[in-house]
Design a protein around this ligand. Structure first.
Ligand SMILES: Cc1ncc(COP(=O)(O)O)c(C=O)c1O
Length: 319
């Protein structure tokens, strides 16, 4: 038995996006609402945390430590999970703490997480290790939740998400989503193989190169397959990734993300986030305009959450 605590709101609904399909003159568009997975505004991390928190419990730890950007959705959901299941929580966040916390950072504090800030991303691994070691020296038993929850354990959340999706009987030709630390991507690729999803799985990169994603996602999916009692070796060539939309850099809003957020809101009443789903949707919109998909195809946009970031000071004014 794979340790799992079932707290996500599953299955997440699938909705069609007819007005957006029409205005873009594109294929039939659908969305899978993983922004509604529950746990503090939802998002893709809830699925991963079902397995990660279960592992943390099994290892008899009492504290979750993780790291990310100042407005990390992953850290917000980790802090919420810690609160829900009685763990202490420390988050190592990159950036300069603002005088007043907003959005995800505000929520981190509300969940009682202790925040350690680190000015440069280059120092993050070191500070994370020091934070971990200090907690141990103080008699704590910390569990390190990896960046983005993207360990082979976290990946299982998205492998089983494909089982859920296949059972929803939408014969989508494509699954499109935002990919960054690769855990969601690896889970979808693994689930595609194990649960027999026939369409294609294409990750739009938020910040990593196509080469890095192909290499990292294939090895993560191969490793995670062993947890399912399979021994699948994925090759980098099997992983589809597009890094054509992340040149501006992580979290930097361009007209493309702004347009995507506005179009989804205006035509479907659906909220994207500025950093992840906004960028992934911008890629989707561009691919539609370039005629990448056949008009007869069904394209599913897998929403991965992140909307609290809309209210971060740095994005609210720009959107
Ligand atoms: C809203 C949102 N979408 C997508 C991603 C990317 O997922 P992954 O890190 O599994 O590649 C993240 C990661 O933090 C996220 O917060």
């Amino acid at each position: 038995m794979i340790p799992r605590i079932n707290f996500a709101h599953l299955p997440t609904p699938i909705e069609s996006l007819p007005r957006l399909s029409e205005v873009l003159g594109g294929p039939k568009l659908f969305v899978k609402r993983d922004d509604q997975t529950g746990l503090a505004f939802g998002g893709n991390k809830t699925r991963k945390l079902e397995f990660l928190v279960a592992e943390a419990r099994e290892q008899r730890t009492d504290m979750l430590i993780s790291a990310g950007a100042l407005q990390s959705n992953h850290c917000r959901q980790t802090a919420a999970a810690a609160a829900k299941f009685g763990f202490e929580c420390i988050l190592v966040l990159t950036g300069q703490a603002p005088r007043e916390a907003s959005a995800n950072l505000l929520l981190d504090k509300l969940f009682g997480a202790r925040i350690v800030t680190v000015a440069n991303r280059a120092d993050r691994d070191r500070v994370l290790q020091e934070t971990f070691d200090k907690a141990v020296s103080e008699g704590k038993k910390p569990y390190l939740v990896p960046y983005g929850g993207s360990s082979p354990t976290g990946v299982l959340g998205y492998a089983f998400a494909v089982e859920e999706f296949v059972n929803q009987n939408l014969p989508a030709d494509w699954i499109i989503f935002g990919t960054s630390s690769g855990g969601t991507h690896a889970g979808l690729v693994l689930g595609q193989r194990v649960f027999g999803y026939k369409g294609k799985v294409l990750g739009i990169s938020i910040d990593e190169s196509e080469l890095w994603l192909k290499t990292h996602v294939s090895s993560l999916a191969s490793e995670a397959s062993q947890r399912l009692g399979e021994k699948i070796e994925f090759s980098p060539d099997e992983v589809l990734a597009n890094d054509g939309y992340c040149r501006a850099g992580y979290g930097v809003l361009t007209e493309a993300e702004r347009e995507a957020v506005r179009l989804f809101a205006k035509y479907e009443g659906l909220l994207l986030d500025p950093v992840y789903t906004g960028r992934a949707a911008a890629g989707l919109i561009d691919l539609i305009r370039k005629g990448f998909f056949k008009k007869s195809e069904k394209v599913l946009f897998w929403h991965t959450g992140g909307q609290p970031a809309l209210f971060a000071d740095r994005y609210a004014n720009e959107i």
